[in-house]
Design a protein around this ligand. Structure first.
Ligand code: AMP
Length: 427
């Protein structure tokens, strides 16, 4: 008897999405390409938990950032501790390095991670509440060479996917020596216009004026644009670092634009900051961004260690791949479809398919469909061969193998079918 649905439909949470086939095969393709490049640059994978104690982000990402103030998925667990679904990956990497005693003076470490991040922001095209990032962190390299390697890696990852229409933006956000003077300059410039700023920015004017430069409120953005560029206020060390960074970027053939308004949305950056934007993604155009964070590890009580890194948004990178019309190879084709002629051979087909699967990608009918439907199914999954099993074949032990492209059929002894497929498929 046919059953009627009785339950209540439940939908995915707003801002999250399912990645279904064939879209999911694009993700596998992308991850494979990206992992190849990461290996070429000498990076190893680190996997950290997707939730952490909330103070990790409060202290690292920063109390005055949009992320911490407005976007975190924070809850009290059953043990009464406040935990947060990670909104970004760098604090976890820093925590893990300290926790496992991996920081060694003058030792360079290169780590990458893939995984979901969570931010409660207003969902729109290219912006989700759960999204995937690839992050790459270079630990222990103090000079601008490290910054350049990081930018170069990011650019190489995009190029490996065939992307071309992106722009690299760079800036320097100074250091604890020169930033206080710049913060004062922002206060002096914007103080008289405080009434025109949003509530958060009024607070930021006191606590962390630099954050006003990345406020999303349109009126704040307009007012922030009147602040003189930070690059004019850098201390001599930061200035030298920035100049050298630009020279070195040229030496590895990376074109870039300077964007003095780009201060990145996180508190821990020092000196180099960069973002990569795609020309065809509309409002959410940033594919990735990063910078130097020489003080973060010390904030967590670790031995002060220079570090630089970035996070790239994988959802948006795939949108860019589509926008540029890059052809993503489809998943591997089916080698053979085992076709049952008549009910009596179904069990035999089942065992033949199981055996062939040790070496080949094989499908068979699980729905008791007719011979004609099975041949159609074989064609629709792109099977290169059909292995046909009728009662005659079962009795003689010689199967019929049909080339689905040419239509040619051959008789092949059952024990030789796997070897035959290997030969004709060039395996
Ligand atoms: P951020 O460190 O915040 O600049 O994030 C790095 C990259 O992650 C961005 O350039 C985006 O590509 C991606 N990203 C950030 N937030 C989201 C989001 N809500 N949805 C999708 N991708 C995002």
């Amino acid at each position: 008897m046919e059953q009627k649905p009785t339950g209540v439909r439940i939908q995915a949470v707003r801002g999250t999405r399912d990645i279904l086939p064939p879209e999911s095969s694009k993700w596998l393709w992308m991850e494979g390409k990206l992992r190849d490049v990461l290996a070429r640059f000498g990076y190893s994978e680190i996997r950290t938990p997707i939730f952490e104690y909330t103070e990790l982000f409060n202290k690292g990402t920063g109390e005055t950032t949009e992320i911490v103030q407005k976007q975190m998925y924070t809850f009290v667990d059953r043990g009464g501790r406040s935990v947060t679904l990670r909104p970004e990956g760098t604090p976890s990497v820093a925590r893990a390095l300290i926790e496992h005693g991996l920081l060694r003076r003058s030792k360079v470490m290169k780590l990458y991670y893939f995984g979901p991040m969570f931010r409660h922001d207003r969902p729109q095209a290219g912006r989700y509440r759960q999204f995937d990032q690839l992050g790459a962190e270079l630990i222990g390299a103090p000079g601008p060479e490290g910054d350049v390697e990081s930018v170069h890696l990011h650019v190489s990852l995009l190029r490996a996917l065939g992307l071309k229409q992106f722009t690299v933006k760079v800036n320097s956000v100074g250091c604890p020596q020169c930033r206080p003077a710049y913060s004062n300059l922002i206060r002096e410039t914007l103080g008289p216009r405080a009434a025109e700023l949003c509530e958060d920015c009024v607070e930021r004017l006191q606590k962390n004026p630099l954050r006003i430069l990345d406020c999303k409120v349109e009126s704040c953005r307009r007012i922030a644009a009147t602040v003189p560029p930070i690059t004019a206020s850098l201390c001599p060390d930061c200035s030298r670092h920035y100049e050298r960074l630009k020279v070195l970027l040229g030496s590895v053939g990376i074109e870039f634009e300077e964007d003095p308004g780009m201060v990145r949305g996180l508190d821990y950056y020092t000196r180099a900051a960069f973002e990569i934007h795609h020309g065809r993604l509309g409002a959410q155009s940033a594919l990735g961004g990063g910078g130097r964070y020489d003080n973060l590890i010390a904030v967590y009580g670790g031995e002060p260690t220079p570090a630089v890194g970035f996070a790239a948004g994988l959802d948006r990178i795939l949108l860019a791949v589509d926008e540029e019309g890059i052809r993503v190879p489809a998943g591997a084709d089916v080698d053979a479809y085992v076709v049952a002629v008549g009910e009596a051979t179904r069990d035999k087909c089942f065992s033949i398919a199981a055996w062939l699967r040790e070496d080949h990608r094989v499908e068979l009918d699980l729905g008791r469909r007719s011979l004609q439907s099975q041949m159609k199914a074989a064609a629709s999954v792109g099977a290169k061969f059909a292995v046909i099993v009728g009662e005659d074949e079962m009795a003689s032990g010689v199967l019929t193998v049909k080339d689905m492209t040419s239509g040619r059929q051959e008789k092949v002894p059952e024990v030789d079918v796997s070897g035959y497929l290997k030969r004709v498929l060039g395996k």
